[in-house]
Design a protein around this ligand. Structure first.
Ligand SMILES: [Zn+2]
Length: 280
């Protein structure tokens, strides 16, 4: 496509920019992708993720996942979302959420969660990514970056006598720099934010919030040493725990008002979880 056409399209997209506030952290975000569009992308991707996957529909574990999903999504207050929760037989230590409320948990993560409260924290984290619209925000950022690079290419070709190869080297270096300097810190911020939202949701739904800290201990033991945190898209587990501790007094207040009668810390899943993952 001709670069001028790309710029015109981006300008049109920018007109749709909407400001929104992230739940609990109240950060203002810019989102240029309309919610119904992103949510339908989520629905289609969900069908793709499940096709060929071994989804467990019956049994106690699937029932616990549905119960926790229902409780957490109720406090998330997004009536237009079509919440769906799938338990997938797979040893990967992971769980994910697609825009619009489509959530998958792998059985490999169950020993790390250990109990219903642990599952409620990770469920809250995943639901938090959806309600804070992190997916759409990431797409908006990528579009802005591409728009910036296309604009710069136009400027360089007009104002300098660099040949296309020289221009490509400069733009490539800027693109890589933006990945490390902007995109990675941004996605680390999304993880930190999803942890806060998850903590508040679990407490609001009546699960003891202190379990969130223990989940990160178990996750750390199971996943082993990962990438150094400056290179990784995820903050280190120590940083995540520190952040959770800062929010804990507010979470505890919500928990005291809503706590469940049942013992949600009873061990449901045990064993040594080993494997790669930690992409929550
Ligand atoms: Zn996450």
């Amino acid at each position: 496509m001709n670069p001028r056409r790309v710029l015109a399209l981006l300008a049109a997209a920018a007109m749709l920019v909407a400001c929104a506030r992230v739940p609990y952290t109240k950060r203002i975000q810019l989102n240029m992708i309309p919610e119904p569009l992103v949510n339908s992308i989520g629905r289609v991707s969900y069908a793709q993720m499940l096709s060929g996957a071994n989804v467990r529909r019956g049994g106690d574990d699937a029932a616990v996942l549905q119960r926790v999903g229902r409780r957490i999504s109720r406090v998330a207050k997004k009536p237009k979302y079509k919440w769906e929760f799938s338990l997938i037989s797979d040893s990967t230590i992971n769980a994910w959420c697609l825009p619009g409320g489509y959530i998958g948990f792998y059985t490999g993560i169950l020993p790390v969660l250990k109990n219903e409260a642990g599952m409620a924290f990770v469920m809250g984290h995943e639901v938090g990514h959806a309600t804070a619209r992190h997916g759409a925000e990431r797409i908006s950022q990528q579009l802005t970056l591409i728009g910036g690079l296309v604009g710069l290419e136009l400027l360089l070709s007009k104002e300098t006598n660099w040949n296309p190869e020289e221009r490509a080297i400069v733009l490539g270096a800027l693109g890589v720099g933006a990945q490390f300097g902007i995109m990675l810190p941004f996605s680390r911020m999304h993880e930190t934010e999803a942890d806060v939202i998850g903590l508040m949701y679990m407490a609001e739904a009546g699960y003891p919030p202190a379990e969130s800290i223990r989940v990160w201990d178990r996750m750390n033991e199971a996943a082993g040493p990962g990438l150094p945190s400056f290179l990784s898209t995820h903050p280190s587990h120590k940083k995540r725990q520190k952040n959770l501790r800062e929010w804990m007094p507010r979470a505890r207040k919500r928990y005291e008002r809503n706590k469940l009668d049942r013992n949600t810390r009873e061990v449901l899943w045990s064993g040594n979880a080993t494997g790669r993952g930690r992409r929550l």
